[in-house]
Design a protein around this ligand. Structure first.
Ligand code: GCU
Length: 672
């Protein structure tokens, strides 16, 4: 039975014209250049894919013949092959059907072997999704340099915010035993273009930087190398004290700097192509430079200095907030924006998509566009910490797209900040907090695979649409039949707004239960830190609801570019989707729909529940098109999601009634 292990690389037999076309276009594989582990991976994947899709494995030859798949780099290109090589860059590829030496062939072309691997996956995707292979002409190069996964995996294999089993890194058996999963992990990531992985949690243990653990990381790096994936580690800022026996970790102390330089030298001896460090410092109790009265730039630059001779980078996180802050949403900007221009060239500041914490909806983080001298990495969370874990079906493509396409008002969108084009930064990065674990289906649910997939595709090309990506994924993962594929895509595209509606509509945020962040708990007001309380975020009372971030309140809105701040400072020009993020308003505030705020809030909660019920009906109708095992699994999850959408709606509405004293608007359904 299907269990989802193969992800989107399933290669099930094609039928009809698509099969005939593929048989004609993949009779043999021709490798023109010298062999390499990366080319072997490309050839193996092409063989596996074509064998699965057509029932016949193409042979590897050196003879160009009709129907061949020709792998060619600029350096090894056969005579007569003219392509826009320069536009492909170091990692890009071209796929083209053409005549070569009199033969009708398909060329997969790139400037490097890794480009050929990416091109091979792209060609297989075209074959799997039913593209017209007879007229194929595609070209693509990544717009972002470092396309990373961040694993929040602890050394004891527990995954922080992981909902799909244990960590796939089997530390006890490493470095000797190499689980076949590591190769499949590399294949899946290479098929998307992901080229970096941080193995351990940002809440890191210093141990991960010691010899035995470095040997384990090196073994993984060895598996990933042919697939173009570099290994990174989260570094604990206090490691010089914990491991080195130094008195402090002050970044300006020469002994501390020397310790990190020696540590970097040791790491690169073990892992010659080590990517660098990810650092969470002075955030949620983690050690950092501020412990010594220094700032983030002092800390990041010290590590950058140690890595620079080896070509490594520092990804320094901007997720900071302190209990004393007037508004948690404002602190990262206040700490980091003034440091613009102070960071070393091999430092990237890694910023979450929004200023609170991976909510179903947040406005884009105000740092984007506000630090022209500092490259910023966009950190997205693929694992659904605040969106119903792996149980709720939420396709996050629209969330990622919404952030990337947001206009910062500072000369371009978030995508243009992140891809470096706005401020001409050569060093660019995107990071996704992984949703990968030991579950057979990797991600805890069949549909959560789509979030890994969408993240990877957008990391490569931030201008792709969530809809186009969903179409590819659904065709590769479930069905190439247009009717079935499109029904799956519709359901996916509706799912993100549904979760916003039934959890936190109209700009509400962080109403989730304490610690676990799963169900509703808007009533909680007694946590040890005020800025963890849901009541801190929604501020509902008899007279109204919402967080005032205008000049009358925390004034966090002023951190945005003037053109954006002007819109969002006024409730009349703030989109309803962000209304209560920026404004505290009376319950009878008039909404554009003609309803009062209270009636609108209830209507949105209702709409969220109705959408999930509709998703469930649509999935049920897909039964004949989907294998029984996966269909039943998704159905069971959707049933739970519908129950829990009602739970969210009823709990939140009842709680808001208890503080406002309002009764349900006419026509609203009473809670069940
Ligand atoms: C969230 C999450 C933590 C995580 C933190 C981070 O607060 O709940 O588990 O450590 O983000 O991003 O560092």
């Amino acid at each position: 039975a299907e269990d989802g292990y193969e992800l989107w690389l399933r290669y099930r037999p094609l039928q009809g014209p698509a099969l005939v076309q593929l048989q004609a276009g993949a009779k043999s594989i021709v490798r023109t250049g010298a062999d390499s582990p990366t080319l072997q991976a490309a050839v193996a994947e092409l063989k596996r894919g074509v064998a699965g899709l057509t029932g016949r494995e193409p042979a590897l030859t050196s003879r160009i013949a009709p129907g061949a798949l020709v792998l060619a780099t600029a350096a090894s290109a056969p005579a007569g092959l003219a392509l826009p090589w320069a536009e492909l860059g170091a990692e890009g590829y071209a796929l083209r059907r053409l005549k070569l030496q009199g033969a009708d062939v398909t060329v997969i072309a790139a400037n490097s072997d890794i480009g050929l691997l990416y091109g091979s996956y792209a060609w297989l995707r075209a074959a799997q999704t039913g593209a017209d292979l007879a007229s194929l002409d595609q070209r693509s190069a990544p717009k972002v340099k470092l396309r990373m996964l961040n694993h929040w995996d602890n050394l004891d294999r527990h995954v922080e915010r992981g909902y799909s089993g244990a960590s796939i890194w089997d530390w006890w058996k490493l470095p000797e035993i190499l689980d076949a999963r590591y190769t499949d992990y590399a294949r899946a990531n290479a098929s998307l273009g992901i080229n970096g992985t941080v193995l351990n949690n940002v809440n890191s243990k210093a141990d991960s930087l010691t010899g035995p653990w470095l040997a384990k990381a090196a073994a993984l790096a060895g598996v990933f190398r042919p697939y173009g994936i570099k290994v990174y580690l989260s570094a604990r800022f206090s490691a010089p004290v914990e491991l080195g026996g130094l008195k402090k970790s002050d970044p300006l102390d020469p002994a501390v700097r020397a310790w990190w330089r020696a540590k970097a030298d040791e790491i690169y001896k073990t892992i010659p192509d080590f990517g660098g460090f990810l650092v969470k410092a002075n955030s949620e109790g983690q050690p950092g430079p501020q412990d010594y009265g220094r700032n983030h730039a002092d800390g990041a630059n010290m590590l950058a200095e140690a890595l620079a001779p080896h070509g490594g980078v520092v990804l320094w996180r901007a997720f900071v907030y302190a209990p004393e802050a007037k508004d948690r949403a404002a602190q990262a900007f206040d700490e980091f924006q003034p440091l613009d221009g102070k960071f070393a060239p091999n430092v990237i500041v890694q910023v979450k998509n929004g200023a609170i914490d991976f909510q179903p909806r947040e406005p884009f983080h105000p740092l984007f566009g506000a630090t022209p001298k500092t490259p910023l990495a966009l950190e997205l969370q693929i694992t659904k910490e605040y969106l119903g874990f792996a149980t709720h079906l939420v396709y996050m493509g629209p969330l990622f797209e919404e952030v990337l396409k947001a206009d910062t008002g500072r000369g371009g969108t978030v995508a243009r900040v992140v891809d470096g084009s706005l401020a001409r930064h050569p060093l660019t990065a995107v990071a996704g907090v992984a949703n990968i674990g030991t579950d057979r289906n990797w991600s805890g649910s069949q549909f959560d695979q789509a979030n890994w997939y969408a993240y990877g595709r957008m990391a490569w090309d931030p201008d792709l649409t969530a809809a186009a990506i969903a179409r590819d994924w659904a065709a590769q993962t479930f069905s190439t039949r247009p009717a079935a594929r499109d029904a799956i895509v519709d359901l996916m595209l509706a799912s993100r707004e549904a979760v916003v509606d039934y959890m936190t509509p109209l700009g509400l945020h962080h109403l989730m239960g304490t610690g676990h962040h799963y169900g509703p708990a808007p009533w909680v007001d007694n946590l040890e830190r005020a800025d963890w309380n849901p009541t801190y975020f929604h501020r509902a009372a008899k007279d109204g609801i919402g967080f005032d971030r205008t000049a009358k309140g925390s004034n966090a809105v002023a951190q945005y570019a003037p053109s954006v701040a002007r819109l969002w400072a006024d409730p009349r020009s703030t989109p309803p989707e962000l209304l209560l993020w920026f404004h505290r308003l009376p319950w009878d505030h008039a909404m554009p729909s003609g309803r009062t705020l209270w009636a609108e809030l209830v209507a949105r909660y209702d709409r969220g529940v109705a959408t999930v019920a509709d998703m469930r009906r649509r999935w049920a109708a897909l039964g004949p098109h989907i294998d029984a095992g996966r269909h039943a699994e998704v159905s069971a999850y959707l049933a739970q999601q519908e129950r829990e959408a009602r739970w969210w709606r009823d709990a939140c509405i009842a709680y808001f009634q208890s503080v406002s004293g309002l009764s349900l608007p006419a026509g609203a359904r009473p809670p069940e």
